[in-house]
Ligand binder design. Structure first.
Ligand code: CA
Length: 229
């Protein structure tokens, strides 16, 4: 899951980014509203942590823009503005949650999880495929009940595949969703991680073609494997 933090205070942004990365989220940081919009246009963001006082495009305008453009992602406003009226303005602009600074990091993480859980509920069944399951809350992956020990990148790739089901994803699409933009690895990197992911799946008893290569297009979870069970 990819989270975008929009915060012009670099210390706070760094603190939240670090905490989220430790929870295995992919994190992008934008220090102004304009940059945030360009990240959102990629369609790869799953949740927005949004400050209100921002350079270029302020948080309320950004929030309204996201809703006008019909980007379906939860927005958590994180701000020092603490009056009830401020909260009403934020929630009316389209935010799903409102946290006041100074904030408790553990509580912020719990609210992020809650918002993502609600978002997950819409396609929860996609996080199972054949005998493969991925629990986004506990970050546990198993095949036929046997736990798989995945690296953060293998986990991120598998989650992207599971969320897309039998839809074919190009390496670039996988890169956009499983890596942050400043990491910019080559497409070869996706191949390497996929190879080790397949290896681990196979070791757990999964069919070797569970992740299917569709030559010239990309990868997907194999629909034939699913229907055969
Ligand atoms: Ca600010």
């Amino acid at each position: 899951m990819k989270i975008l933090i929009v915060e012009d205070d670099r210390t706070i942004a760094g603190l939240i980014a670090e905490a989220l990365k430790q929870q295995q989220y992919i994190v992008e940081v934008a220090y102004d509203g304009q940059t945030a919009l360009s990240y959102l246009e990629t369609g790869a963001i799953d949740l927005l942590v949004l400050d209100l006082g921002l350079p270029k495009v302020d948080g309320i305008t950004l929030c309204k823009t996201v809703r006008q453009k019909n980007y379906h992602l939860p927005i958590l406003i994180l701000t020092a503005r603490d009056t009830n009226q401020d909260k009403v303005i934020g929630l009316d602009a389209g935010a799903d949650d409102y946290v006041v600074k100074p904030f408790d990091l553990a509580e912020l993480l719990a609210r992020v999880r809650a918002l993502l859980r609600r978002r997950q509920a819409a396609y929860l069944s996609c996080l199972r495929w054949e005998k493969l399951t991925l629990d986004p809350d506990t970050r546990k992956v198993s095949y036929n009940g046997e736990a798989l020990h995945l690296t953060p990148k293998e986990y991120a790739i598998l989650q992207v595949l599971l969320r897309n089901g039998s839809r074919i994803l190009s390496r670039t699409q996988i890169l956009d969703q499983a890596w942050s933009f400043d990491e910019t690895p080559g497409e070869e990197t996706v191949k390497v991680h996929l190879r080790s992911l397949r290896h681990k799946l196979k070791a757990a008893g999964a069919p070797p073609n569970l992740i299917e290569t569709v030559h010239g297009f990309g990868y997907r979870l194999n629909p034939n494997v699913k229907s055969a069970i």
